[in-house]
Design a protein around this ligand. Structure first.
Ligand SMILES: [Zn+2]
Length: 275
């Protein structure tokens, strides 16, 4: 599942590729991929509009159009955007196709069909169309405030790993970067969230920002079938310290990396370095 760095990489790619392009035609090939309104209206409303800017909130892409309307997209498991040149072949799971004024096509491709694209009419807020946007916790890229995090975790006795995946606590962190941040902060993913000391929370907040910024710098992760807007694979997976490394040597202490199941998600950590 794409996490904040992957979505940020897509945002930058789209910003580079489609800003100032006008939409000439829209075809919805899979109605379930459209979150709002019904697909016919979705397609009709978008025609003639120009992409103005691309923003990101957590794992959501927020797209501003020239007339004050907009779009929201969430890639979920396998969604991706591709910008194709004139005769370039479309991917097999094209769900939405937008023909652009310069002959290119913006494709929303999504094998598993969990991803969504919403249209936001100009008389509505993004949060009205996608209410979960209003519930998102702070953006972690600039560093989360440890005091705020302590406050948010004070009544959470669930494992800290599970708390980090809760998008209302911090927005954008998923399985990979939760494991990596906890490892770098030396904190066991199994610790109750409200048990962490102020010093540990401070370290964790710093590591979250570092891990995410590093991942963005290397173009996101390609652990899933993820590509950026121009179809380039990220390479963060080569840098992972614990994620996906069960049984391999910890890069710090050489002990084998352990894997546990937490709330149905696999969790990787070093039992020696993480307390
Ligand atoms: Zn270790």
């Amino acid at each position: 599942m794409p996490e904040l760095p992957e979505v940020e990489t897509v945002r930058r790619g789209l910003e580079r590729e489609i800003v100032s392009s006008q939409i000439l035609a829209v075809k919805v090939l899979r109605p379930a991929s459209v979150g709002y309104p019904e697909p016919k209206t979705f397609a009709k409303e978008l025609i003639g509009k120009t992409f103005k800017s691309i923003r990101r909130r957590g794992k959501y892409l927020l797209i501003d159009l020239n007339d004050g309307s907009g779009m929201v997209a969430h890639l979920r498991m396998s969604g991706r955007f591709l910008v194709l040149k004139k005769r370039e072949e479309e991917p097999p799971h094209t769900r939405i196709r937008m023909e652009l004024s310069d002959g290119r096509r913006l494709i929303f491709d999504d094998m598993r069909v969990f991803g969504r694209v919403w249209f936001v009419p100009k008389d509505m807020d993004f949060e009205e169309v996608v209410p979960t946007l209003a519930e998102l916790g702070p953006e972690p890229l600039e560093g989360v405030d440890p005091k705020m995090l302590k406050e948010k975790l004070s009544r959470k006795s669930q494992p800290i790993k599970s708390a980090l995946l809760d998008q209302t606590i911090v927005a954008g962190i998923g399985n990979i970067y939760a494991d990596e941040s906890l490892h770098r902060a030396g904190i066991s993913p199994l610790r109750p969230a409200n048990d962490l000391k102020p010093k540990e929370l401070e370290k964790l907040c710093n590591e979250i920002a570092l891990v995410l910024n590093n991942a963005i710098a290397s173009g996101g992760s390609s652990l899933r079938n993820y590509t950026d807007a121009s179809g380039v694979n990220g390479n963060y997976q080569n840098e992972a310290l614990v994620y996906g490394r069960k049984g391999q040597e910890c890069r710090t202490c050489s002990k084998p990396i352990a894997r546990a199941k937490l709330a149905g998600r696999s969790t990787h950590y070093c039992p020696k370095c993480q307390r």
